[in-house]
Design a protein around this ligand. Structure first.
Ligand code: ZN
Length: 503
């Protein structure tokens, strides 16, 4: 593969043999090795998305797509046209901002007698029809669950709108995908990942998705390097099976056990040291600290790393306190999101040798929220440069399906620090911008380190796995801005030496 006039890459049997000027590389190539001439492209190591929910995203792609639909009428039209699958119609992504009429069950009853379930864009509400309410046994007598609300009309009848934890009243009744379906949608998601230059994921998901990845691997169809981070609820089961972090193959290996310390900024459930602006509310820990600590200790004693979700500055501080005390295991412990950090805590992640897993694409939507709810503390949000300068290992990802899996969005965000509309023009807290090289590192070398594979993956160098992407961007982008990279695209994606995508 010709990277530039000066640089070519030769790989044989999945391993990179030679990197250098085209003439030298060509001379060392045995006869019959296929050539890919891609002038004016830039070659990088394959990008690894450090925080995904690939199975959830894969399933969502099969549901009725309501994201971006402006009007209530258009939502109804799309849902009316949808097929009933396993007895239900399931959709996701509606957004009632700007609608005159609230979502209600009657409008769905008119188009489907089968149960209908529609997740909102932010996944904090569900819109269901009468059949779905009946299936879940929700009537006017049903009390609101703690932390949730069944919206009711003037007569006390449920309207079909369920908020927050009331959504959970219906979830157990939704049909579960068959193994066949799960494998099929995961194959599609894998292709989509290849299309945008992703060759690996650090996936955070339920055990049924681990089983699906195992099936794909055993049928030799897995073409992503998957570091699977199972939920803490599965810990006892995993230990009983004799499993621990770092085990697995070159395709599918086990990361740390995932647990939550707090919620999110969007729902103002992130746990803060000081109240949200204009309130007395600081959010709260969603796992009691003693319980989290016991789980981390049990995990570490059995060789499991901890992967802990912390967004607010209080949760980040607690996560640092708890995780820093854990003994070392085969893989580094990590904190996911690490969104808001108090100045006193900036250096502690690096000091404890933790991996800080952050998602730059959230900046595209979060800047106004941070300003509104966190005020001055915003300088410590997404503090990429300060954290990098502290010596921390930053891993970047998307949190797909919350943001797009396309890494061009993340690279753009890390370099430019603006909203999707490009505001503010010079970037938000521009001192925290990273350059292109630092950003690519967080998508390549750093995730390889977090997966215990830094001697084999994450670099375009002899002896490394041939996980590569050729981008239609000028290699001079190294000194350029995020916009130039966002305008380019992946032209060729190679995983384990196999060309899995050619545009
Ligand atoms: Zn997530």
């Amino acid at each position: 593969m010709t990277a530039t006039d000066a640089e070519s890459v030769l790989w044989i049997d999945g391993t990179i043999r030679t990197v250098g000027p085209a003439v030298k590389v060509e001379r060392s190539a045995p006869p019959g090795v296929p050539r890919y001439d891609l002038p004016d492209t830039m070659v990088t190591p394959g990008f690894v998305d450090g925080h995904t929910h690939l199975g959830l995203w894969a399933m969502n792609r099969r549901r009725v797509e309501l994201r971006g639909v402006r009007t209530r009428e258009e939502v109804i039209r799309r849902v009316a046209a949808a097929r009933v699958v396993q007895g239900w119609v399931i959709g996701q992504g509606w957004d009632a901002n700007g609608w005159n009429d609230a979502p209600d069950r009657h409008s769905l009853d008119r188009i489907h007698s089968s149960p209908v379930y529609l997740d909102s864009l932010d996944v904090h509400a569900a819109w269901v029809n009468s059949a779905a309410l009946a299936e879940a046994g929700i009537t006017r007598e049903t009390a609101d669950p703690p932390g949730g609300r069944i919206v009711r009309d003037g007569n006390g009848e449920p309207t079909g709108l369920l908020l927050e934890r009331a959504v959970e009243l219906v979830l157990p009744y939704l049909p579960q995908p068959s193994a066949f379906t799960l494998d099929e949608v995961l194959r599609e998601a894998q292709s989509e990942a290849h299309r945008v230059g992703i060759t690996g994921v650090h996936d955070v998901e339920s055990m049924s998705i681990l089983e699906a990845f195992r099936r794909l691997e055993s049928s030799d169809e897995l073409r992503l390097r998957v570091l699977f981070q199972p939920p803490v609820s599965a810990l006892t089961h995993l230990i009983r099976q004799g499993l621990r972090s770092g085990q697995g193959s070159e395709w599918l290996s086990l990361g740390g056990v995932k647990m939550f310390l707090d919620g999110s900024l969007g729902s103002r459930t992130a746990w803060m040291l000081e109240p949200y602006a204009g309130t007395r509310d600081r959010g709260m820990p969603i796992t009691p600290l003693g319980v989290a600590q016991d789980a981390m200790n049990t995990a570490a004693a059995a060789g499991w790393a901890t992967t802990v979700h912390a967004i607010g500055d209080a949760a980040v501080r607690q996560a640092l306190d708890l995780v820093s005390r854990l003994p070392r295991v085969a893989l580094p412990h990590r904190i996911e999101h690490f969104q808001c950090v108090h100045p006193d805590d900036l250096r502690r992640g690096a000091q404890a040798g933790l991996v800080l897993s952050m998602q730059p694409p959230h900046l595209l939507t979060d800047i106004p929220l941070v300003e509104r709810h966190w005020g001055e503390r915003g300088w410590g949000a997404y503090a990429f440069r300060s954290l990098l300068q502290s010596g921390a290992s930053l891993v970047f990802g998307s949190d797909v399906p919350v943001a797009s899996i396309d890494p061009r969005e993340g690279v753009y965000s890390a370099l430019e620090r603006t909203t999707g509309d490009g505001a503010p023009p010079n970037g938000w807290h521009p001192g925290e911008k990273l350059n292109f090289r630092e950003t690519v590192h967080a998508y390549t070398v750093a995730p390889a380190h977090a997966a215990g594979a830094c001697a084999r993956r994450g670099k375009v160098a002899p002896g490394y796995a041939a996980d590569l992407v050729a981008w239609s961007v000028d290699p001079a982008i190294e000194h350029g801005d995020g916009r130039a990279f966002r305008e380019g695209r992946a032209l060729l994606t190679v995983v384990g030496g196999e060309v899995v995508m050619r545009a």
